[in-house]
Design a binder for this molecule. Structure first.
Ligand SMILES: Nc1ncnc2c1ncn2[C@@H]1O[C@H](COP(=O)(O)OP(=O)(O)OP(=O)(O)O)[C@@H](O)[C@H]1O
Ligand SMILES: [K+]
Ligand SMILES: [Mg+2]
Length: 724
């Protein structure tokens, strides 16, 4: 009963999430208000020390400065020089200078708008960073005895907490720092960082033990071991991230920048050789016109929008509650070919609960329940806790004087248990490991029992449940298999459709689990993944990723457990669930605040969209530049070479108006493309070659045609300026 209601809650939460996500999607559009707010920052960025990092725009900046100087000195030197044999009005150089500054400014606007979107969010986050008081336990003895802890606790400021400090947090209090719960269970309001109003449950022992500083405990009491220094907390990292302070150019961006800079140098040579080639026929082309030509030729469109595209990609992830710790990870997401998901908590809801005790012949249910419950009495994992709960429901109670040596569960051993003082040993765990433990003792298991046990195990597995086999070794060394505990988990809804979508994107999904192959197969089929890897230890997960990477695949992985951490670190895109352990969150290069593994689909989509947008706008920019050149050259030189007039297909009015129109077009194309750069080119799940062909057509052809139309239209206005 409690299971259904918790399922319902989960479902409601998911619905709410979808709602919020849709709202975020609308918000991630582009508004003129954003543009207005970005103006002061854009002006600040006119500073040359800001500009030189972007070689293409730096050239424009230098051109703008140069023409401004010329505009000032020209009148003193007797007016503008005729260019290429054509007269130009006195206002030519000042107007060109003005539009060159506009070009730089528009590029700054693009970047400032992209950055501005994170600023509001950073402000809200900063409020959660406020200093709180922490109850530091000086001598922690792990009993969970509140009174004893209070006796040895002192109040300190959260800013003084060190890694490894143990604090206790009670209902109503703010958690003073990032950490892992080492004792207790609590519901926590994490809305400050996730925007999600429904409280979440955090508990010690399992894969939901991490808590974030600045979030509030709503019920109960927890003991937390601090895992981060003040100033280097999760929220600090989030703030740096959304503010863009931590942003570094990605390898792809650097490569593209080098390409754009090289192109610019080539065009500079082209422009500088114009005069030596042309002088024999006419007067030299003026410096102003040379600068204008150069700016038209170099890839200013992509140069202006490149960093905005990158920031917007990160921002789109933030809007969907995903924090990407590096831009490189976002790019890698666009090229991912293999996606690894763990089973428990990722494909299933993850509240794996005991649902039945199934003894083998000759063992009473009471005996199995007692052994299973005793071996779980000190097992803090959700599985262990649920076994005790079910046993208690069936009438079992823990003797007050039971004591013994706890054998904790690990993902390597796949087993946990208790060694009682009288020498009795109890173990529970995966069928294969417990059988091995029984065999190690040289115990003789009757064939009928082992057949019965195998059947129980495979029945549970085929239903997608996790069987835990329970065995006991008496003080005299007699080892017996007692039976099986059925752990139930539920596959999340809607997964097959999501995996189908991934398949259409060319991504193979693989489920990795520590569970046995039969359970794995049943769940894999129900969820609709392409492949699965069962009985995987953390090392196996790591090895699997390395193998995929050696085969040239880019691997994404989601995980939440400490045992997932090495694999999360090795994956090209490692998405840690926010509910997970701190170890997992440290290891990954992304954190999903909603802890929704199917979010990877959106992450991949955003990564692809980033790469496609960058590619499309680069194509457009370069096609545009070349076309611009052919659009204005005939008009520029028609005075000297009248034959060229025939090529002036747009009928540009004069050499001066042709050059100015091209410069104006070059500048405003940036403004027109800001929304596209921020929103991203539409991505549909289809083969990469289709996308490439489609974009080459749209943005390549578009890039060639638009200058002819745009410059022609602008020329109609420019010719109205006296003298042009
Ligand atoms: N508390 C426990 N005590 C004993 N055995 C356990 C306990 N929890 C899990 N097991 C056994 O160990 C196996 C491995 O558990 P582990 O948490 O590493 O992987 P998993 O949760 O099944 O897979 P994943 O989380 O990767 O999807 C489980 O399938 C189960 O058989
Ligand atoms: K250009
Ligand atoms: Mg697990």
């Amino acid at each position: 009963m409690s299971n259904t209601s918790s399922l319902q809650r989960d479902r409601e939460r998911l619905d709410k999430k979808t709602e919020r996500r849709n709202a975020a999607r609308n918000q991630s559009g582009f508004s003129w208000a954003q543009l207005r707010e970005a103006l002061p920052d854009a002006a600040r960025k006119l500073n040359p020390t800001e500009q030189w990092r972007n070689p293409v725009m730096f050239i424009v900046w230098v051109g703008a400065a140069l023409t401004t100087l010329l505009a000032i000195v020209e009148p003193m030197l007797g007016g503008p020089t005729a260019s290429g044999g054509a007269e130009v009005p006195w206002s030519f150089t000042p107007i060109i200078a003005l539009w060159l500054w506009a070009t730089v400014f528009f590029a700054n606007i693009a970047e400032a708008v992209a950055e501005g979107r994170g600023k509001a969010q950073a402000e809200t986050l900063k409020q959660t960073r406020s200093n709180t008081m922490a109850t530091l336990i000086e001598h922690y003895d792990a009993t969970g005895d509140a009174a004893a802890e209070r006796a040895t606790s002192i109040q300190v400021s959260s800013a003084e907490l060190k890694i490894g400090d143990i604090v206790t947090v009670t209902a109503g209090e703010l958690i003073p720092g990032d950490g892992d719960i080492i004792w207790g269970i609590a519901s926590v309001d994490e809305s400050a960082i996730t925007g999600e109003s429904a409280p979440v449950v955090r508990e010690s022992g399992g894969d939901r033990s991490a808590v974030t500083g600045g979030t509030r405990v709503l019920s109960d009491r927890i003991v937390v071991r601090i895992t981060s220094k003040p100033g280097a907390t999760f929220v600090d990292r989030m703030i740096a991230l959304v503010e863009g302070a931590a942003r570094q150019k990605t390898p792809n961006e650097i490569a593209l920048n080098i390409l754009l800079a090289s192109l610019s140098i080539i065009f500079m040579v082209v422009v500088l050789t114009l005069n030596p080639m042309a002088t024999y026929a006419a007067a030299p082309v003026s410096v102003t016109v040379l600068v204008a030509l150069l700016v038209c030729l170099i890839p200013t469109t992509i140069g202006a929008l490149l960093s905005a595209i990158g920031i917007a990609g990160m921002d789109r992830l933030v809007q969907r509650n995903v924090l990407a710790m590096s831009g490189r990870a976002v790019e890698a997401a666009g090229d991912v070919t293999t996606l690894l998901l763990d089973k428990t908590g990722t494909i299933t809801y993850g509240n794996r609960r005991a649902s039945a005790f199934l003894p083998v012949d000759g063992v009473s249910e009471q005996e199995l329940i007692r052994a299973a419950a005793l071996s779980s009495a000190a097992d803090p994992t959700p599985e262990g806790v649920s076994i005790v709960e079910l046993a208690e429901k069936q009438g079992w109670t823990l003797d007050a004087d039971v004591d013994g040596e706890v054998v904790p569960f690990t993902a390597e051993t796949r087993m946990s248990g208790l060694d009682l003082p009288d020498g009795t040993q109890i173990r529970k765990g995966a069928g294969s490991t417990v059988s091995a433990w029984v065999q190690d003792a040289g115990a003789h298991v009757p064939v009928s029992i082992s057949i019965q046990l195998d059947r129980l195990v495979s029945d549970i597995s085929q239903q997608g449940g996790t069987p835990l086999v329970v065995a006991q070794r008496s003080a005299e060394g007699e080892t017996r298999l007692l039976g099986v505990v059925h752990l139930k988990d539920v596959v999340k809804e809607g997964l097959p459709a999501k995996f189908k979508e991934l398949r259409a994107m060319g991504i193979r999904t693989v489920m990795i689990t520590g569970d046995n192959p039969l359970t794995a197969k049943a769940i894999a089929e129900e969820a609709g993944v392409d492949d699965f890897l069962a009985e995987a230890t953390p090392e196996d997960k790591l090895a699997y990723i390395k193998k995929e990477q050696e085969g040239g695949n880019l691997v994404a992985m989601t995980g939440d457990g400490t045992n997932d951490a090495p694999a999360l670190a090795q994956a090209d895109v490692g998405v840690a669930m926010n509910t997970g352990t701190s170890a997992a969150k440290e290891a990954g290069n992304m954190v999903d605040l909603d802890s929704d593994p199917s979010k990877l689909i959106e992450i991949v989509r955003i990564g692809k969209q980033l790469l496609i947008t960058r590619g499309a706008l680069t194509t457009f920019s370069i096609a545009n530049d070349v076309a611009k050149y052919f659009a204005i050259i005939p008009a520029m030189f028609m005075g000297v070479f009248p034959q060229l007039g025939a090529l002036n297909i747009m009928g540009l009015h004069s050499p001066a108006s042709a050059v100015l129109s091209a410069i104006i077009f070059n500048a405003i194309v940036i403004i027109f493309l800001i929304p596209l750069a921020l929103r991203g080119v539409k991505y549909r799940a289809t083969a990469a070659s289709n996308i490439l062909a489609r974009n080459l057509t749209i943005y390549g052809l578009g890039g060639i045609i638009t200058p002819f139309i745009g410059i022609g239209l602008i020329d109609l206005l420019v010719r109205l300026i006296p003298g042009f």
